[in-house]
Design a protein around this ligand. Structure first.
Ligand code: G4P
Length: 524
């Protein structure tokens, strides 16, 4: 009989972090194919481009062609049950993207070998770093000419400040790509996807054992030299450093040609952690506790335009979910019966009957939940650690179009802000309402929901991007406000400044060295 412990041990829950176009969709699709969760390559891609027909998308998502069902993808591979959580990028980037990273146990960072580390990767990386979760790196598109591998490693270490350990190393690239020198499995994997003969064993000295044309090539010589350099001057492999997010194992491959993907997946599953204990207001909660518990990390509205229901995504952190079970919502102490739950898979939406720590379930929500809420069967209504506040970068000034609708306007804003859809700031001078977001999508969702759920048309005036810094001070001289450093209060009444640009920030700091500013997302 499988015990709860066995089940939890088999879970691997992760997100892929990347900049758009690095190959996240392609890699996800290949992983799902290995797991047999989809039958045809192209399924995930078709969703991304909007060719996939499904009836119940959120309206905005429909316009953008993303399916809610791709928010969580689950598959079984060997003895593992793998959950991949989607982290939308591009114009779909939002705080939910960040919050998703609160619900995973590790992350896979995919990098385009020609582009190196890009903006969005850095942002997502910082959130993973804040949590101290293991980060695995997949350097993609080796079938194309890209940056030199040593240069890419240096970039990882310099830009992100993470140590690296190459699990394998490319032999050539682009037109000359021969395969990978697999340090971890002590073999060379030739650049072809099928046939066991694609693996060439290495001897104890790390050299080709058998006679092979590759042996006489210059590329092979060069690879051996680079491997020697890595062994002598590079980082040591350390499971402990991987586990605490200090060392990233690096894999090279080509998702499009499915090359290096399985090799990556096998090693990833071996070193990625199963669900761990999580901190609560009553101490640590073990994933194998008999008490069921979890927290809401994302709420998706208007899945079905005919109904106002939402789906709250719950990360299970302990115990076993059973359909129809009764739980308590810790924030309010209110009991809730979890009868209609839905689990999302890549191909279908299935009703979940059972799920354990590490799994994600979608709960129909008629307005009960807020982001960060804890639910549990435990009588002690503890709460999981509060989700961090993410630094908004985009701002809009917002007012109600119709002044007669002030009451609805305030109610709508307050509820959406509490739910975590968007951040609200008030200017100290004029008490104007400013909305802050990390991505444009949040404004669109806000506008849409204000109209559809609260019957209020809003006027939004673009303020562009700003650099937000909170102030430690309880009391501040309001004369510190200027058009280039807008003084605001957040919804917890904490002071913050919205700076026009880096220059304005530095200028302010020079002039006001006593004002202590901080960014909650800064790397420690
Ligand atoms: P994303 O989800 O991270 O945004 O990236 P996605 O997988 O959609 O990949 C972006 C582009 O990069 C796609 O090309 C895809 O085919 C290509 N790509 C992904 N992995 C590899 C790889 O290993 N090698 C090469 N050469 N290309 C790769 P596209 O032209 O934008 O789309 P499509 O028309 O080919 O589908």
């Amino acid at each position: 009989m499988t015990t709860l412990k066995d089940e939890v041990q088999s879970r691997r829950t992760f997100a892929i972090i990347s900049h758009p176009d690095a190959g996240k969709t392609t890699l996800t699709e290949k992983l799902l194919l290995f797991g047999g969760a989809i039958r045809d390559a192209g399924t995930v891609k078709a969703r991304k481009t909007g060719k996939y027909a499904t009836s119940d998308w959120m309206e905005i998502e429909k316009q953008r062609g993303i399916s809610v069902t791709s928010s969580v993808m689950q598959f079984d591979y060997e003895d593992f049950r793998v959950n991949i959580l989607d982290t939308p990028g591009h114009q779909d980037f939002s705080e939910d993207t960040y919050r998703t990273l609160m619900a995973v146990d590790s992350a896979v960072m995919i990098i385009d070998s020609a582009k190196g580390i890009e903006d969005q990767t850095v942002k997502l990386f910082k959130v993973c770093r804040m949590r101290g979760i293991p980060i695995f790196t997949f350097i993609n598109k080796m079938d194309r000419q890209g940056k030199m591998p040593l240069e890419l490693l240096a970039e990882l270490e310099e830009v992100l400040g993470i140590e690296t350990y190459p699990m394998n190393w490319p032999i050539g690239m682009g037109k000359d790509f021969v395969g990978i020198y697999d340090r971890f499995n002590n073999r060379i994997e030739q650049f072809k996807t099928e046939g066991e003969d694609r693996f060439l064993p290495l001897n104890d000295e790390g050299e080709l054992e058998i006679d092979h044309a590759l042996k006489d090539s210059q590329l092979y010589e060069q690879t051996l030299e680079e491997i020697m350099l890595l062994t002598e001057a590079g980082n040591q492999f350390s499971e402990e450093s991987i586990a605490n997010g200090k060392l990233s194992p690096v894999f090279f491959g080509s998702a499009l040609t499915t090359f290096g993907v399985q090799t990556f997946l096998d090693a990833y599953l071996q070193f990625a952690p199963a669900p761990q204990a999580r901190m609560t207001t009553s101490g640590e909660m073990s994933p194998v506790s008999n008490d069921f518990s979890g927290f809401i990390f994302k709420i998706q509205a208007n899945m079905n335009p005919k109904h106002r229901d939402r789906i709250a995504f719950l990360r299970i952190c302990s115990g076993k979910f059973e359909r129809g079970m009764s739980v308590n919502l810790s924030r309010t102490g209110k009991p809730i019966n979890l009868s209609s739950s839905t689990q999302f898979m890549a191909d279908d939406r299935n009703t979940v009957n059972e799920a354990v720590s590490g799994d994600i379930i979608g709960l129909y929500d008629t307005g009960n939940y807020q982001i960060g809420d804890t639910i549990t069967t435990s009588k002690d209504m503890f709460q999981f650690e509060r989700l961090p506040q993410f630094t908004p970068e985009l701002f809009m000034r917002v007012t109600a179009k119709n002044v007669m609708k002030q009451k609805h306007f305030h109610k709508g804003i307050n509820q959406l802000v509490q739910e975590g859809a968007i951040q609200l700031f008030k200017t100290v001078r004029m008490e104007e309402y400013l909305l802050g977001a990390v991505g444009q999508l949040q404004f669109e969702v806000f506008e849409h929901r204000m109209r559809n759920e609260y019957n209020v048309e809003v006027l939004m005036e673009r303020m562009g991007s700003k650099i937000t810094r909170w102030a430690e001070d309880e009391k501040l001289d309001e004369n510190l406000h200027s058009s280039r450093s807008i003084l605001v209060k957040d919804r917890f009444e904490k002071y913050a400044f919205l700076f026009e640009n880096e220059f304005a920030l530095r200028w302010f700091q020079d002039k006001n060295p006593d004002v202590e500013l901080y960014n909650p997302m800064d790397l420690k």
